[in-house]
Design a protein around this ligand. Sequence first.
Ligand code: NAD
Length: 376
Amino acid sequence: MKLYVAKEPGRQETRAALLPVDAGKLAQLGAEVEVATGIGRAINVSDQEYEKAGARVSTDHKASLGADMVLRMGVPDPDEIPHLGEGAIHVSMLDPFSNAEVIQALAAQKVSAISLEMIPRTTIAQKMDVLSSQANLAGYVAVILAASRQNKILPMMMTPAGTIAPARVFVIGAGVAGLQAIATAKRLGARVDAFDVRPEAQEQILSLGAKPVKIDLGQTGQTKDGYAKTLTDEQLAKQREAMARQCVQSDIVITTAKVFGKKAPVIVTTEMIEAMKPGSVIVDMAVETGGNVEGSKPDKEVQHHGVTIIGRVELPRRVPVAASQMFSSNLYSFIEHFWHKDTKRFLLDREDAIIQGCLITHAGEIVHPAIQEAIA
Ligand code: NAD
Protein backbone atom coordinates (compact mmCIF):
# COMPACT_ATOMS: atom_id res chain seq x y z
CA MET A 1 0.00 0.00 0.00
CA LYS A 2 1.42 3.36 -1.04
CA LEU A 3 1.32 6.21 1.49
CA TYR A 4 2.18 9.73 0.38
CA VAL A 5 2.97 12.47 2.90
CA ALA A 6 2.09 15.76 1.24
CA LYS A 7 3.51 19.20 1.92
CA GLU A 8 1.06 22.10 2.24
CA PRO A 9 1.46 24.11 -0.95
CA GLY A 10 1.69 27.89 -0.66
CA ARG A 11 0.88 28.04 3.02
CA GLN A 12 2.57 29.08 6.20
CA GLU A 13 2.82 25.50 7.44
CA THR A 14 6.07 24.77 9.27
CA ARG A 15 5.19 21.32 10.61
CA ALA A 16 5.85 18.01 8.89
CA ALA A 17 3.01 15.50 9.24
CA LEU A 18 5.40 12.56 9.47
CA LEU A 19 8.97 12.42 10.77
CA PRO A 20 11.60 9.96 9.52
CA VAL A 21 11.33 7.85 12.68
CA ASP A 22 7.63 7.17 12.06
CA ALA A 23 8.13 6.84 8.28
CA GLY A 24 10.61 4.08 9.13
CA LYS A 25 8.11 2.37 11.45
CA LEU A 26 5.45 2.46 8.71
CA ALA A 27 7.94 1.03 6.22
CA GLN A 28 8.59 -1.79 8.68
CA LEU A 29 4.87 -2.54 8.74
CA GLY A 30 5.14 -3.10 4.99
CA ALA A 31 3.91 0.28 3.73
CA GLU A 32 5.50 1.95 0.74
CA VAL A 33 6.14 5.45 2.11
CA GLU A 34 6.73 8.48 -0.08
CA VAL A 35 7.25 12.03 1.21
CA ALA A 36 7.15 15.35 -0.62
CA THR A 37 10.59 16.82 -1.14
CA GLY A 38 11.47 19.48 1.43
CA ILE A 39 8.76 18.40 3.83
CA GLY A 40 11.08 18.72 6.84
CA ARG A 41 12.87 21.88 5.74
CA ALA A 42 11.37 24.15 8.43
CA ILE A 43 12.39 21.71 11.17
CA ASN A 44 15.86 21.00 9.74
CA VAL A 45 15.06 17.46 8.67
CA SER A 46 16.53 16.66 5.25
CA ASP A 47 15.15 14.50 2.44
CA GLN A 48 18.15 12.21 3.01
CA GLU A 49 16.97 11.47 6.55
CA TYR A 50 13.63 10.28 5.18
CA GLU A 51 15.43 8.16 2.59
CA LYS A 52 17.66 6.66 5.27
CA ALA A 53 14.53 5.72 7.23
CA GLY A 54 13.19 3.79 4.21
CA ALA A 55 10.96 6.38 2.52
CA ARG A 56 11.08 7.60 -1.07
CA VAL A 57 11.24 11.32 -1.79
CA SER A 58 8.82 12.64 -4.38
CA THR A 59 9.39 15.67 -6.58
CA ASP A 60 6.15 15.11 -8.51
CA HIS A 61 3.47 16.25 -6.07
CA LYS A 62 0.51 15.83 -8.44
CA ALA A 63 1.44 12.28 -9.43
CA SER A 64 2.12 11.31 -5.80
CA LEU A 65 -1.34 12.52 -4.76
CA GLY A 66 -2.63 9.43 -6.56
CA ALA A 67 -1.36 7.18 -3.70
CA ASP A 68 -3.62 4.72 -1.82
CA MET A 69 -3.40 6.92 1.24
CA VAL A 70 -2.49 10.62 1.47
CA LEU A 71 -1.30 11.97 4.80
CA ARG A 72 -0.87 15.64 5.59
CA MET A 73 -1.38 18.33 8.23
CA GLY A 74 -4.37 20.18 6.86
CA VAL A 75 -7.02 20.82 4.26
CA PRO A 76 -6.19 20.04 0.60
CA ASP A 77 -6.37 22.84 -1.93
CA PRO A 78 -9.38 22.50 -4.28
CA ASP A 79 -7.03 21.98 -7.24
CA GLU A 80 -5.34 19.02 -5.52
CA ILE A 81 -8.57 17.07 -5.02
CA PRO A 82 -8.99 15.91 -8.66
CA HIS A 83 -5.54 14.27 -8.37
CA LEU A 84 -6.63 12.05 -5.47
CA GLY A 85 -7.48 8.51 -6.52
CA GLU A 86 -11.04 7.18 -6.37
CA GLY A 87 -11.28 5.01 -3.23
CA ALA A 88 -8.10 6.56 -1.75
CA ILE A 89 -7.93 7.44 1.95
CA HIS A 90 -7.04 11.03 2.86
CA VAL A 91 -5.96 11.64 6.47
CA SER A 92 -5.45 15.13 7.94
CA MET A 93 -7.00 17.83 10.10
CA LEU A 94 -9.88 18.91 7.87
CA ASP A 95 -11.68 21.31 10.21
CA PRO A 96 -14.85 19.83 8.65
CA PHE A 97 -17.34 22.22 10.26
CA SER A 98 -15.71 25.15 8.45
CA ASN A 99 -14.83 23.58 5.10
CA ALA A 100 -18.07 22.47 3.47
CA GLU A 101 -16.83 22.92 -0.12
CA VAL A 102 -13.70 20.82 0.42
CA ILE A 103 -15.74 18.09 2.10
CA GLN A 104 -18.22 18.05 -0.77
CA ALA A 105 -15.37 17.90 -3.31
CA LEU A 106 -13.72 15.00 -1.43
CA ALA A 107 -17.03 13.14 -1.42
CA ALA A 108 -17.53 13.79 -5.14
CA GLN A 109 -14.02 12.45 -5.83
CA LYS A 110 -15.08 9.24 -3.94
CA VAL A 111 -12.26 9.71 -1.43
CA SER A 112 -12.51 8.31 2.10
CA ALA A 113 -11.61 11.46 4.04
CA ILE A 114 -10.61 11.10 7.66
CA SER A 115 -10.57 14.19 9.85
CA LEU A 116 -8.17 13.60 12.71
CA GLU A 117 -9.82 16.24 14.94
CA MET A 118 -12.95 14.10 14.98
CA ILE A 119 -11.30 11.03 16.53
CA PRO A 120 -13.38 10.30 19.65
CA ARG A 121 -11.62 11.21 22.88
CA THR A 122 -11.60 7.73 24.33
CA THR A 123 -8.79 6.11 26.31
CA ILE A 124 -7.85 3.81 23.43
CA ALA A 125 -7.63 6.74 20.99
CA GLN A 126 -5.56 8.98 23.28
CA LYS A 127 -2.32 8.24 21.42
CA MET A 128 -3.97 9.42 18.16
CA ASP A 129 -5.42 12.61 19.63
CA VAL A 130 -3.99 15.44 17.49
CA LEU A 131 -6.39 17.96 19.03
CA SER A 132 -4.82 17.43 22.43
CA SER A 133 -1.22 17.30 21.26
CA GLN A 134 -1.52 20.50 19.22
CA ALA A 135 -3.71 22.33 21.78
CA ASN A 136 -1.19 21.54 24.48
CA LEU A 137 1.57 23.28 22.50
CA ALA A 138 -0.76 26.13 21.57
CA GLY A 139 -1.38 26.80 25.27
CA TYR A 140 2.36 27.02 25.86
CA VAL A 141 2.96 29.31 22.86
CA ALA A 142 0.10 31.62 23.90
CA VAL A 143 1.77 32.40 27.21
CA ILE A 144 5.23 32.83 25.68
CA LEU A 145 3.77 35.21 23.08
CA ALA A 146 1.88 37.20 25.70
CA ALA A 147 4.96 37.41 27.92
CA SER A 148 7.04 38.66 24.99
CA ARG A 149 4.53 41.48 24.33
CA GLN A 150 4.31 42.51 28.00
CA ASN A 151 6.31 45.39 29.37
CA LYS A 152 6.37 43.67 32.75
CA ILE A 153 8.06 40.52 34.01
CA LEU A 154 5.98 37.55 35.13
CA PRO A 155 7.70 36.33 38.31
CA MET A 156 7.89 38.02 41.66
CA MET A 157 11.40 39.32 42.39
CA MET A 158 12.60 40.30 45.83
CA THR A 159 15.84 42.22 45.44
CA PRO A 160 17.75 44.89 47.37
CA ALA A 161 16.33 47.26 44.76
CA GLY A 162 12.83 46.45 45.87
CA THR A 163 10.13 43.85 45.40
CA ILE A 164 8.45 43.36 42.07
CA ALA A 165 4.98 41.84 42.28
CA PRO A 166 4.20 38.86 40.03
CA ALA A 167 2.17 39.52 36.88
CA ARG A 168 -1.42 38.33 36.97
CA VAL A 169 -2.58 35.95 34.30
CA PHE A 170 -6.22 35.04 33.77
CA VAL A 171 -7.04 31.96 31.69
CA ILE A 172 -10.61 31.57 30.40
CA GLY A 173 -11.36 27.97 29.42
CA ALA A 174 -9.39 25.23 31.17
CA GLY A 175 -9.41 22.44 28.58
CA VAL A 176 -6.21 21.05 27.13
CA ALA A 177 -4.83 24.40 25.87
CA GLY A 178 -6.00 26.34 28.94
CA LEU A 179 -4.44 23.90 31.40
CA GLN A 180 -1.11 24.08 29.56
CA ALA A 181 -1.35 27.88 29.53
CA ILE A 182 -1.94 27.81 33.30
CA ALA A 183 1.03 25.46 33.84
CA THR A 184 3.32 27.58 31.64
CA ALA A 185 2.33 30.86 33.31
CA LYS A 186 2.85 29.26 36.74
CA ARG A 187 6.32 28.01 35.70
CA LEU A 188 7.18 31.57 34.65
CA GLY A 189 6.16 32.74 38.11
CA ALA A 190 2.88 34.53 37.40
CA ARG A 191 -0.11 34.54 39.70
CA VAL A 192 -2.78 32.67 37.78
CA ASP A 193 -6.58 32.65 37.96
CA ALA A 194 -8.73 30.54 35.67
CA PHE A 195 -12.33 29.80 34.82
CA ASP A 196 -14.17 27.07 32.94
CA VAL A 197 -17.88 26.36 32.62
CA ARG A 198 -17.27 22.66 33.33
CA PRO A 199 -17.30 22.25 37.13
CA GLU A 200 -14.74 19.36 36.96
CA ALA A 201 -12.16 21.81 35.61
CA GLN A 202 -11.93 23.47 39.06
CA GLU A 203 -10.00 20.58 40.51
CA GLN A 204 -7.57 20.56 37.57
CA ILE A 205 -7.02 24.33 37.90
CA LEU A 206 -6.27 23.89 41.60
CA SER A 207 -3.90 20.99 40.95
CA LEU A 208 -1.74 23.29 38.80
CA GLY A 209 -1.48 25.83 41.60
CA ALA A 210 -3.87 28.36 40.06
CA LYS A 211 -7.00 29.85 41.59
CA PRO A 212 -10.37 28.89 40.09
CA VAL A 213 -12.78 31.79 39.62
CA LYS A 214 -16.15 30.68 40.95
CA ILE A 215 -19.40 31.80 39.34
CA ASP A 216 -22.74 30.13 39.77
CA LEU A 217 -24.08 29.80 36.22
CA GLY A 218 -26.62 27.11 37.11
CA GLN A 219 -26.77 24.05 34.85
CA THR A 220 -23.99 24.25 32.21
CA GLY A 221 -23.81 20.70 30.90
CA GLN A 222 -21.39 18.88 28.65
CA THR A 223 -21.52 16.40 25.78
CA LYS A 224 -20.68 12.70 26.16
CA ASP A 225 -17.17 13.52 24.85
CA GLY A 226 -16.60 16.04 27.65
CA TYR A 227 -17.12 19.16 25.52
CA ALA A 228 -18.86 22.21 26.96
CA LYS A 229 -22.32 23.09 25.66
CA THR A 230 -23.30 26.58 24.50
CA LEU A 231 -24.41 28.83 27.38
CA THR A 232 -27.75 30.62 27.36
CA ASP A 233 -27.72 34.42 26.86
CA GLU A 234 -28.43 34.94 30.57
CA GLN A 235 -25.58 32.62 31.60
CA LEU A 236 -23.20 34.36 29.22
CA ALA A 237 -24.18 37.80 30.58
CA LYS A 238 -23.52 36.58 34.12
CA GLN A 239 -20.19 35.11 33.09
CA ARG A 240 -19.09 38.36 31.39
CA GLU A 241 -19.89 40.32 34.55
CA ALA A 242 -17.59 38.09 36.61
CA MET A 243 -14.91 38.01 33.90
CA ALA A 244 -14.93 41.83 33.73
CA ARG A 245 -13.93 42.04 37.41
CA GLN A 246 -11.12 39.58 36.82
CA CYS A 247 -9.84 41.14 33.57
CA VAL A 248 -9.41 44.56 35.21
CA GLN A 249 -6.91 43.03 37.64
CA SER A 250 -5.03 41.00 35.03
CA ASP A 251 -1.89 41.81 33.03
CA ILE A 252 -2.44 38.91 30.64
CA VAL A 253 -5.73 37.30 29.63
CA ILE A 254 -5.67 34.07 27.62
CA THR A 255 -8.99 32.91 26.21
CA THR A 256 -9.44 29.32 25.01
CA ALA A 257 -13.21 28.93 25.42
CA LYS A 258 -14.50 26.86 22.52
CA VAL A 259 -17.71 24.94 21.90
CA PHE A 260 -17.01 21.93 19.68
CA GLY A 261 -18.43 22.36 16.16
CA LYS A 262 -19.98 25.72 17.02
CA LYS A 263 -19.02 29.39 17.07
CA ALA A 264 -17.02 30.38 20.17
CA PRO A 265 -18.81 32.61 22.70
CA VAL A 266 -17.81 36.29 22.93
CA ILE A 267 -16.64 36.59 26.52
CA VAL A 268 -14.35 39.64 26.61
CA THR A 269 -16.24 42.67 25.28
CA THR A 270 -14.86 46.02 24.09
CA GLU A 271 -16.15 47.60 27.30
CA MET A 272 -14.16 45.08 29.34
CA ILE A 273 -11.01 45.73 27.27
CA GLU A 274 -11.38 49.47 27.79
CA ALA A 275 -11.48 48.91 31.56
CA MET A 276 -8.22 46.92 31.52
CA LYS A 277 -4.84 48.43 32.41
CA PRO A 278 -2.94 49.88 29.42
CA GLY A 279 -0.04 47.56 28.59
CA SER A 280 -2.13 44.45 29.23
CA VAL A 281 -2.11 41.68 26.65
CA ILE A 282 -4.94 39.39 25.55
CA VAL A 283 -4.40 36.23 23.49
CA ASP A 284 -7.59 34.99 21.84
CA MET A 285 -7.03 31.31 21.14
CA ALA A 286 -10.58 30.88 19.87
CA VAL A 287 -10.10 33.43 17.06
CA GLU A 288 -10.40 30.75 14.35
CA THR A 289 -13.91 29.85 15.44
CA GLY A 290 -15.22 33.39 15.79
CA GLY A 291 -13.21 34.55 18.80
CA ASN A 292 -13.78 35.01 22.52
CA VAL A 293 -12.61 38.63 22.37
CA GLU A 294 -14.41 41.48 20.67
CA GLY A 295 -12.18 43.04 18.01
CA SER A 296 -9.65 40.19 17.79
CA LYS A 297 -8.61 39.36 14.25
CA PRO A 298 -7.16 36.14 12.85
CA ASP A 299 -3.38 36.41 12.49
CA LYS A 300 -3.31 40.04 13.63
CA GLU A 301 -2.20 41.93 16.69
CA VAL A 302 -4.61 44.76 17.39
CA GLN A 303 -4.15 47.65 19.85
CA HIS A 304 -7.21 48.96 21.65
CA HIS A 305 -7.01 51.50 24.51
CA GLY A 306 -3.41 50.46 25.16
CA VAL A 307 -4.30 46.76 25.31
CA THR A 308 -2.67 44.39 22.80
CA ILE A 309 -5.08 41.78 21.44
CA ILE A 310 -3.31 38.86 19.79
CA GLY A 311 -5.44 36.70 17.50
CA ARG A 312 -2.82 34.40 16.04
CA VAL A 313 -4.08 31.23 14.42
CA GLU A 314 -2.26 27.92 14.39
CA LEU A 315 -0.01 28.69 17.33
CA PRO A 316 1.64 25.22 17.19
CA ARG A 317 3.29 26.30 13.91
CA ARG A 318 5.55 28.48 16.04
CA VAL A 319 7.02 25.41 17.72
CA PRO A 320 7.15 23.06 14.72
CA VAL A 321 9.78 20.66 16.08
CA ALA A 322 7.66 19.54 19.03
CA ALA A 323 4.42 19.94 17.05
CA SER A 324 5.69 17.70 14.21
CA GLN A 325 6.99 15.13 16.67
CA MET A 326 3.63 14.86 18.40
CA PHE A 327 1.53 14.97 15.22
CA SER A 328 3.71 12.35 13.52
CA SER A 329 3.45 10.07 16.53
CA ASN A 330 -0.36 10.53 16.61
CA LEU A 331 -0.55 9.76 12.89
CA TYR A 332 1.63 6.64 13.16
CA SER A 333 -0.48 5.36 16.08
CA PHE A 334 -3.67 5.88 14.08
CA ILE A 335 -2.37 3.98 11.03
CA GLU A 336 -0.77 1.23 13.08
CA HIS A 337 -4.00 0.67 14.99
CA PHE A 338 -5.88 -0.17 11.77
CA TRP A 339 -3.01 -1.84 9.91
CA HIS A 340 -3.78 -5.36 8.76
CA LYS A 341 -0.54 -7.27 9.27
CA ASP A 342 -1.28 -10.02 6.71
CA THR A 343 -2.47 -7.94 3.79
CA LYS A 344 -0.16 -5.06 4.78
CA ARG A 345 -2.96 -2.60 4.25
CA PHE A 346 -4.85 0.01 6.27
CA LEU A 347 -8.23 -1.49 7.08
CA LEU A 348 -11.01 1.08 6.96
CA ASP A 349 -13.19 -0.74 9.48
CA ARG A 350 -16.55 1.01 9.32
CA GLU A 351 -17.78 -0.93 12.35
CA ASP A 352 -15.03 0.55 14.54
CA ALA A 353 -16.03 3.46 16.82
CA ILE A 354 -12.86 5.43 16.06
CA ILE A 355 -13.40 5.22 12.28
CA GLN A 356 -17.10 5.99 12.72
CA GLY A 357 -16.12 9.12 14.67
CA CYS A 358 -13.61 10.49 12.15
CA LEU A 359 -14.63 9.23 8.70
CA ILE A 360 -16.25 12.20 6.97
CA THR A 361 -16.69 11.06 3.36
CA HIS A 362 -16.79 7.60 1.78
CA ALA A 363 -17.81 6.16 -1.60
CA GLY A 364 -19.24 9.41 -2.90
CA GLU A 365 -21.19 10.38 0.25
CA ILE A 366 -20.73 12.54 3.33
CA VAL A 367 -21.11 9.77 5.91
CA HIS A 368 -20.53 11.57 9.22
CA PRO A 369 -23.96 12.49 10.67
CA ALA A 370 -22.84 15.71 12.44
CA ILE A 371 -21.04 16.99 9.33
CA GLN A 372 -23.96 15.95 7.11
CA GLU A 373 -26.22 18.01 9.34
CA ALA A 374 -23.81 20.98 9.53
CA ILE A 375 -23.36 21.08 5.75
CA ALA A 376 -27.09 20.65 5.04
P1 NAD B 1 -12.21 22.83 23.73
O1 NAD B 1 -10.96 23.25 23.00
O2 NAD B 1 -13.39 22.45 22.96
O3 NAD B 1 -12.62 24.05 24.69
C1 NAD B 1 -11.70 24.61 25.60
C2 NAD B 1 -12.33 24.80 26.95
O4 NAD B 1 -13.25 25.89 26.90
C3 NAD B 1 -13.12 23.61 27.47
O5 NAD B 1 -12.56 23.19 28.69
C4 NAD B 1 -14.52 24.16 27.64
O6 NAD B 1 -15.18 23.60 28.76
C5 NAD B 1 -14.27 25.62 27.84
N1 NAD B 1 -15.41 26.53 27.61
C6 NAD B 1 -16.40 26.46 26.69
N2 NAD B 1 -17.25 27.49 26.82
C7 NAD B 1 -16.76 28.27 27.83
C8 NAD B 1 -17.17 29.48 28.44
N3 NAD B 1 -18.26 30.14 28.05
N4 NAD B 1 -16.41 29.96 29.44
C9 NAD B 1 -15.31 29.32 29.88
N5 NAD B 1 -14.87 28.17 29.36
C10 NAD B 1 -15.58 27.66 28.34
O7 NAD B 1 -11.89 21.69 24.77
P2 NAD B 1 -10.69 20.66 24.86
O8 NAD B 1 -9.52 21.33 25.44
O9 NAD B 1 -10.52 20.04 23.54
O10 NAD B 1 -11.25 19.59 25.91
C11 NAD B 1 -12.60 19.21 25.90
C12 NAD B 1 -12.85 18.08 26.87
O11 NAD B 1 -12.25 16.89 26.38
C13 NAD B 1 -12.34 18.28 28.26
O12 NAD B 1 -13.34 17.79 29.12
C14 NAD B 1 -11.11 17.42 28.32
O13 NAD B 1 -10.82 16.98 29.63
C15 NAD B 1 -11.57 16.27 27.45
N6 NAD B 1 -10.45 15.50 26.88
C16 NAD B 1 -10.48 14.12 26.99
C17 NAD B 1 -9.46 13.38 26.45
C18 NAD B 1 -9.47 11.88 26.56
O14 NAD B 1 -10.14 11.33 27.39
N7 NAD B 1 -8.77 11.18 25.69
C19 NAD B 1 -8.42 14.00 25.79
C20 NAD B 1 -8.42 15.37 25.69
C21 NAD B 1 -9.46 16.13 26.22
